[in-house]
Design a protein around this ligand. Structure first.
Ligand code: FEO
Length: 387
């Protein structure tokens, strides 16, 4: 627990037990489920936490409230990482009013049953709630990340309670916005990446507010250099590259495609292109590879041909891109095949419906192992990538 302002207290929890968030994103440094208590004439709590940490959260809430009773529990998002412990809160504080919108209340009954006994305080978009010094404005933010999501602006403290927006994996406090961006981009692009237009709409609404502190439901409270964090969110949600370098994602059956990638990296470095990240998709965290495919200006895909298709790790990776609305990118293709190389065709076809994806003119076909011809093709590709 810590004070965000003189009367806003963070009462969230750190999850260090869950291995995969949403059953798919590795959590090497855990994840925070943030929750906030606002001590005013009327007391408000923002959001619950994952059921796994219900007991710890309730202890934090009780410690912040002492003998006082909460008047309102604002639910901004019904995904179970935030709403899982809702019923424990209602059991402890049966007179609390649940503040939220119609979609949240409908979803609440889907999760907890029609007989859920709660006192509802229904809000519409831009409705306000005054609790004394604080006035909260509820701003609907559909699809950031589910359709029922809303964020809340506190005009007294100049705090934006931003739900999942500006969230991050990890429980360690990042020292800089660049450090934050590593896990925040993996979180944003993995989880919300498909919904860039909706995030852009939220950023436009946020631009009209005087915000000094962003309190997300995951990751650190942001209170310095807000413009840098908002700029990164603007880049990611508008599918513009954050980095001018090259992201290489590949899989190799017998190591010959790996050698081709190694040679490409060497040539890129020789050409002065230093910002190169490489993912062996069979052995890497694919959520990190997906995030970097979005963040870097250029993407190189390399795969062996496999059953006239591509290696499954590459196929899964490309699917991971396209379901997140991968777009506005220049892609280079490298294939390997001992008798009928076909990976370039498959990879190109897999991306053909992606908006504003274009391909580098140079491609590389390796027949089994690198030879003078394919090595020269890699040099030509490196030249084109560095132009
Ligand atoms: Fe952190 Fe969309 O839940």
């Amino acid at each position: 627990m810590k004070n965000i302002t003189d009367d806003i207290i963070a009462v969230g929890v750190a999850d260090t037990k869950t291995d995969l968030f949403e059953g798919q994103y590795p959590l090497p440094d855990g994840i925070l489920y943030n929750s906030y208590v606002v001590l005013d004439e009327k007391i408000t709590v923002f959001d619950a936490v994952d059921k796994l940490y219900s007991h710890e959260w309730m202890e934090n809430v009780k410690s912040a409230l002492g003998e006082k009773q909460p008047d309102y529990l604002v639910i901004q998002h019904m995904e179970p990482d935030h709403s899982g412990s809702l019923c424990d809160f209602i059991d402890a504080y049966p007179n609390v009013k649940i503040v939220s919108n119609a979609k949240v209340f409908a979803m609440m009954r889907q999760f907890f049953g029609d007989d859920l006994a709660i006192s509802e305080h229904l809000v519409a978009d831009k409705d306000t709630l005054c609790t004394g010094k604080h006035t909260f404005t509820f701003i609907f933010a559909p699809m950031v990340h589910w359709p029922e999501v809303m964020v809340t602006y506190d005009s007294h403290a100049k705090v934006l309670f931003s739900a999942d927006a500006f969230g991050s994996f990890g429980i360690t406090q990042p020292k800089t916005s660049a450090e934050w961006a590593e896990e925040a981009s993996r979180y944003y692009i993995g989880i919300v990446g498909k919904y860039g237009p909706q995030v852009q709409m939220l950023l436009k609404k946020a631009a009209a507010l005087d915000i000094e502190i962003i309190c997300s439901l995951h990751g650190p409270v942001i209170r310095e250099n807000l413009a840098e964090y908002i700029h990164l969110y603007d880049l990611w949600s508008s599918y513009r590259p954050e980095k001018s370098g090259v992201c290489i994602a590949y899989a190799s059956a017998y190591g010959h495609t790996t050698k081709a990638v190694d040679l490409l990296v060497e040539k890129l470095h020789q050409n002065g292109c230093k910002d190169v990240v490489v993912y062996d998709l069979a052995r890497s965290d694919k959520s990190k590879a997906i995030a970097d495919a979005f963040r870097y200006e250029k993407l190189v895909l390399a795969s062996s041909t496999y059953n006239m298709d591509i290696l499954p790790f590459v196929s899964t990776f490309i699917h991971g891109l396209t379901i997140r609305a991968f777009q506005n990118k220049k892609v280079a293709l490298i294939e390997n095949g001992s008798w009928a190389p076909n990976a370039i065709k498959v990879m190109r076809t897999s991306l053909e419906k992606s908006k504003d994806v274009t391909f580098f003119e140079n491609t590389v076909t390796i027949k089994s192992a690198l030879c003078d011809t394919s090595s020269a093709a890699i040099s030509a590709l490196a030249d084109e990538l560095c132009k």
